[in-house]
Design a protein around this ligand. Sequence first.
Ligand code: UGA
Length: 431
Amino acid sequence: MVGMPRRRVAVFGAGYIGLVTGACLAELGHEVTVRDINPEKIRLLRSGEVPIYEPGLGDMIVRNKERLTFTLDLDEALDGAEIAYVCVDTPPSASGDADLSRVWSVVRSLEGAAHLRAVAVKSTVPVGTGSRVRAALDAAGLAHVGYASNPEFTAEGTAVGDFMHPDRIVVGASDEATAGLISELHQGVDGPIVVMDVRSAEMVKLASNALLATKISFINEIATLCEKTGADVEEVARAVGLDHRLGSHFLRPGIGWGGSCFPKDSEALRQLANNTGYHLQLLSAVIEVNNLQKRRAIQKLKDELGTLAGTRVALLGLTFKPGTDDMREAPSTVLAARLLAEGAEVRCWDPMARPADSEPWTSTTRYETPELAVDGADAAIVVTEWPQLKEVDWARAASVMRRPVLFDGRNLLDPAGMRALGFTYLSVGRP
Ligand code: UGA
């Protein structure tokens, strides 16, 4: 970008958000050092490998290797840095509130970094965190260092494009200079910058994810009602979404939302409200509907197969959505656990997933192809809408299954076509 000041940025955390932020800031021309405390991650990144699967990220890292380095060393990360970006994860704690221990450990490590001009937090945090970090910075003699909340709205699988062409960039800062610095850092990004106070910026992130989750739970409930009334949820969602006041996004019915963000952030927002003594009734229902949605899948199979004990069930797709290897809070985990508890044998296929080496996955069998997973099965469930599942020779699959029962949890396949192949075909909200 001609005329744009190049900044030295230290990014803390080499997870999805940190790597995408680091790579995209380097792409914009800044000098970036990404610091993580995990030696294996840093070793891989230094040897040119990306420890996560995110389309376009590897190429971007290679393209910007002159301006993008990875380190375990705190001093190296902070050397000459003007801005420290906090991109560490904030997993749920035992109480359901966000666990901020990693954020605090980064903030503590900044003590003495008097040359910094700003600390920006991308990690999703409860409203009010910025004020507490501000006070900690002040107490550490860093009162001159600005603070900004700069929440992340990228989605896994499209994160690089989302970062470079966002619907909006939210910058929450208590002073104009910091707001200006963080805004200017994004020069070259194709999207409007919205400047506000820190608490509001923190709330925008939580409210956005909660509203997206609400849309999905809403359409999932309508889908259930469609099943009971003979309407087709796909037609309903299409026409509802044409109303520009409502919008067509996030109205895809399915087996429930998962991932590293919606479950954690909706629970964290619920607890944030509970901590103020206010009960977010709508959000609580949204979470409950989602929990039910995963269990309804098992009930549908039971209705069809009678008992699940002694049956073989294939889970097609394990990740929480296609285009990622992320298994965090994936509905497949609940399905596998419930099927095993009912006495079924669970067979799995997924092109990218790396399920944890723990239950329920250690009690399941992995297959290289969907065809192998369904061979001899009593039922199969499309859990993740991987495009590969559209290419399966379903006619052959129907002939090798012990019972050709298919629950399409993502409405990926054509009902009439599947039934013509001999499948007992079940889906979500379609007659
Ligand atoms: C989500 C948000 O979309 C991002 O804006 C946000 O930045 C991110 O969380 C975060 O907080 O970091 P992500 O979790 O990557 O991104 O995935 P989504 O594409 O939003 O999907 C979330 C879940 O909802 C998936 O399980 C997906 O299958 C499900 N979904 C999504 C539906 O069931 N129906 C839909 O119509 C859309």
